[in-house]
Design a protein around this ligand. Sequence first.
Ligand code: HEM
Length: 195
Amino acid sequence: MRLIKIFIFFLSLFPTFYLVYGTFTDNLGANPIEKILHETGFWALIFLMITLSVTPLRKIKGLNKIINLRRMLGLFAFFYVVLHFLVYLGLDRLLDWDEIVKDITKRPYITVGFSAFLMLIPLAVTSTKGWMKKLGKRWQKLHRLIYVAGVLGVIHFWWLVKKDITDPLIFAIILTGLLGIRIYFALVKKKHLKV
Ligand code: HEM
């Protein structure tokens, strides 16, 4: 598991390497800031979906151990959201705070993206074993926020695309599937407890 974890760690950093390399070699196209903003947002959403897939995948025989990867994958989702937000603040909006506040309060897709970002902060902070112990059952409840963040992330994406909704639609279908599986297992568990 240790080797797999190291391998996935470096694999997860690949989009960052690609963006850093592309920046230094001037290979990110005509609008590098837009490209970086789009890539970081895209990878944030990908990692959110991968993190949400861990629990359902554990039900498959032999895959139980992937739980050891969940924290790292969730933190990568947070890492890409932070990068995305920093690129927006520093490169897209050039730290123009009036514009940034106006965006967050007046442009619905930014409001929604920002809310998703805020939700991920307590999850990243409490992702350690120490917090898990300290919060007990409340930890699981708190970490259900990742679903809300996922839904808001997809809405954010859906709202910002102008014409072709194929990509956000794919994310919406995946998320609905992942939520559906969760609800199904919760209902089955409840039924067994009643019997
Ligand atoms: C969980 C949080 C977030 C997720 C998952 C997310 C995801 C995304 C995705 C998938 C895209 C489009 C990428 C593409 O076109 O391929 C995007 C674009 C964008 N996001 Fe986010 N985002 C999040 C938070 C934020 C926040 C906090 C801000 C700023 C306050 C923000 C501002 C933007 C902007 C300005 C764009 C580009 C819009 C355009 O092209 O017109 N996002 N984001």
